[in-house]
Design a protein around this ligand. Structure first.
Ligand code: NAD
Length: 432
């Protein structure tokens, strides 16, 4: 099938590459010229395991191409997947301007039947509005369908998540669209991965509820971890004992420095606003957000237990991305911690295996020292704050850290507390 994917960010690029990998002919469209030039050369603007080799392979076998012209992407395409960003806008309400832009442009250029599929995370009712916008902008009477197909991939394991998903959700209102979408995903579903078909609004809601629940689990365990610390209980032992109950669900149950990234914070804010539009206050999600705001400050609060005056102190920060295996620093707790340290007059030296370039862009004009490796960042530091759970950091021995600093704040519980204490380091984990 010929597919057009509009927006070649994390979701759009991974989708375009994976659709071509499972046999479709795909055109990726983005208005960012620089991005498209890179992609045409087989260079990925983001880091994601397996992405670049698959991009190169499918460019070479002509299953995949890129353009900045939506009109070109639309040519002969049966499906248009919309994967543009839906960032937080004013008061952190979902900003849908890019979705509306794409819908208008599709309408203006459409000359044959398509299924327009929203892959972006959008509030309930958006796909219905998209249908109206496309129809309003048509130059002649053309039949088309709209559908919702929210994306659940996680950065860091996006290719695997796309090709081996827990589930594919499709929201449709016509049998024709359902048949086409089932066919698109057939190479995946015939390997046993489940696909559920529902109506469009249900599909839109499934995505928000999924992210809201993951965020709830994280804030819950962060709050419990803080309690464990006070009552002298080890959260790691608690989680081990609780998680074996299959009703709890796997994962998203380890305490950390607060959740970040481009999805969870914006999607819970989005859902809170969607509910408010209907006169409903989502009290649980309000609490999830409050707990997370507090949690994102916890690394600095812990540090101040040992260094009450941060002015002039040198602090090493290991990890800048919002989680391991990605270079994405959007809403990363590490960035917030660095800003707070700078505000307090500390000198920050930082290192991340992949996210340095992106971090430099968001910390522009800030007095931060970006180091070429982790040990350079640690040299002469009064304390180390571990912010991201990279494998590279997990392997570091406490004796090596002891050579350069005395205080360690491990916001991901990646190290063995006893081993750190044994060599004479002050060690602070989360909930331990
Ligand atoms: P992104 O910011 O990485 O990419 C969006 C892309 O859309 C950009 O390259 C931008 O240039 C392009 N774009 C914007 N307007 C355009 C237009 N009119 N025409 C062509 N291109 C246009 O965003 P993302 O992280 O891929 O997220 C996209 C959507 O997927 C969001 O709704 C997000 O919530 C959702 N989502 C993201 C993830 C994730 O892990 N990043 C996971 C699941 C769902």
């Amino acid at each position: 099938m010929k597919i057009c994917v509009v927006g070649t960010g994390y979701v759009g690029l991974v989708s375009a590459v994976c659709f071509s990998e499972i046999g479709h002919e795909v055109v990726g469209v983005d208005k960012d010229k620089e991005k498209i030039e890179k992609l045409k050369k087989g260079v990925t603007p983001i880091f994601e395991k397996y992405l670049e080799p698959l991009l190169k392979k499918n460019l070479k076998n002509k299953k995949l191409s890129f353009t900045t012209a939506l009109k070109e992407g639309l040519k002969n395409s049966l499906l248009v997947f919309n994967a543009v960003g839906t960032p937080p806008g004013e008061q952190r309400k979902v900003d849908l301007r890019y979705v509306w832009e794409v819908a208008k442009e599709v309408g203006e250029n459409l000359d044959h039947y398509i299924v327009f599929v929203n892959k972006s995370t959008v509030p309930v009712g958006t796909t219905e509005k998209v249908e109206k916008i496309i129809r309003k902008n048509l130059k002649k009477k053309i039949n088309f369908d709209v559908a919702s197909n929210p994306e659940f991939l996680r950065e860091g394991s996006a290719i695997k998540d796309f090709l081996q998903p827990n589930r594919i959700v499709i929201g449709v209102k016509s049998k024709r669209a359902e048949k086409i979408l089932r066919k698109v995903y057939e190479p995946i579903t015939k390997r046993g991965y489940p696909l559920i078909v529902t109506d469009i609004k249900n599909a839109e809601m499934i995505k928000y509820v999924s992210n809201a629940f993951l965020a709830t689990k994280l804030s819950f365990i962060n709050e419990i971890a803080n309690l464990c610390e006070k009552v002298g209980v080890d959260i790691k032992e608690v989680v081990k004992g609780v998680e074996l109950d299959e009703r709890m669900g796997k994962g998203y149950f380890n305490p950390g420095p607060g959740f970040g990234g481009s999805c969870l914070p914006k999607d819970i804010d989005g859902l809170i606003h969607i509910a408010l539009d209907y006169g409903i206050k989502l009290k649980v999600l309000d609490a999830v957000r409050d707990v997370n705001e507090f949690q994102r400050k916890i690394a600095v609060l812990k540090l101040k237990k040992y260094l009450p005056e941060l002015f002039g102190k040198k602090i090493a920060v290991w990890g800048l991305s919002f989680k391991a295996n990605t270079d994405d620093v959007r809403e990363s707790p590490a960035i917030e911690v660095i800003k707070k340290l700078l505000e307090e007059g500390a000198k920050v030296k930082c290192y991340d295996p992949l996210a340095m370039e992106n971090a430099k862009k968001v910390l522009i004009n800030q007095k931060v020292e970006f180091c070429k490796d982790k040990m350079e960042a640690l040299y002469g530091a009064d304390a180390l704050i571990l912010m991201t759970e990279w494998e590279e950091f997990k392997k570091v021995k406490p004796q090596e850290i002891k050579k350069y600093t005395k205080i360690v704040i491990d916001t991901r519980n990646i190290w063995d507390k006893e081993k750190f204490k044994k060599v004479g380091l002050i060690y602070e984990g989360m909930g331990r």
